[in-house]
Design a protein around this ligand. Structure first.
Ligand code: ZN
Length: 188
């Protein structure tokens, strides 16, 4: 998918890729109700679901559509466990909450890009702690398995897990963390 300059679209982040074999021998899962989500300007974020696209992976995307509405696009969520679907939703919502969607998209794998992903993961795990804490272990396991299976090097997987775990164990509320991120980005 390409970004067009006429759109205020900035971020097309593929949050999590989970293969079908991870999703318990191609079992289909029911798709969870999206969490509440509004962006850093207080606009409600719309969730759109599609299945059967590019087959085997569950993923999410955060962007604005051509009319400027903030959107989360949920792809193939029936391929992921409900716990994992929720994590993808929180992660994509975080890109809206942190204002990443309206910032220039940093080059793939640049420091800025990885930083935005770490921030989104951190917000996601804090919201998970607040709203579905009992699923923490499932999400961590899922993240590990999925990244390994898709072929991320162990070092990337380890550093992503370690960031998420650190946020989960040591950080305050998601609201406080988001506020800090927004203050920081206004100062830059
Ligand atoms: Zn992301």
């Amino acid at each position: 998918m390409r970004l067009q300059r006429t759109h205020p679209v900035a971020c097309l982040s593929l949050a999590i890729i989970t293969s079908s074999s991870f999703a318990a021998a191609e079992a289909m899962h029911s798709v969870v109700t999206p969490p509440s989500c509004s962006n850093n300007q207080g606009e409600p974020v719309l969730f759109i679901s599609r299945s059967g696209l590019q087959g085997q992976v569950a993923a999410g995307m955060a962007y604005r559509d051509t009319d400027g509405n903030p959107i989360i696009y949920r792809m193939n969520y029936d391929k992921a466990t409900p716990a994992f679907q929720r994590f993808i939703d929180f992660h994509e919502c975080a890109h809206h909450q942190a204002g990443h969607v309206d910032q220039p998209h940093p080059p793939r794998n640049s420091f800025g890009h990885l930083m935005n992903e770490s921030i989104a993961d951190c917000i996601a795990i804090l919201r998970l702690r607040e709203e579905a804490n009992e699923t923490y272990a499932v999400v961590i396991d899922g993240l590990k398995n999925a990244m390994t299976e898709v072929g991320f090097p162990k070092s990337s997987t380890d550093s992503r897990i370690s960031n998420v775990t650190n946020c989960y164990e040591n950080y305050g509320s998601s609201a406080e963390f988001i506020e800090r991120v927004l203050t920081q980005s206004r100062a830059d």
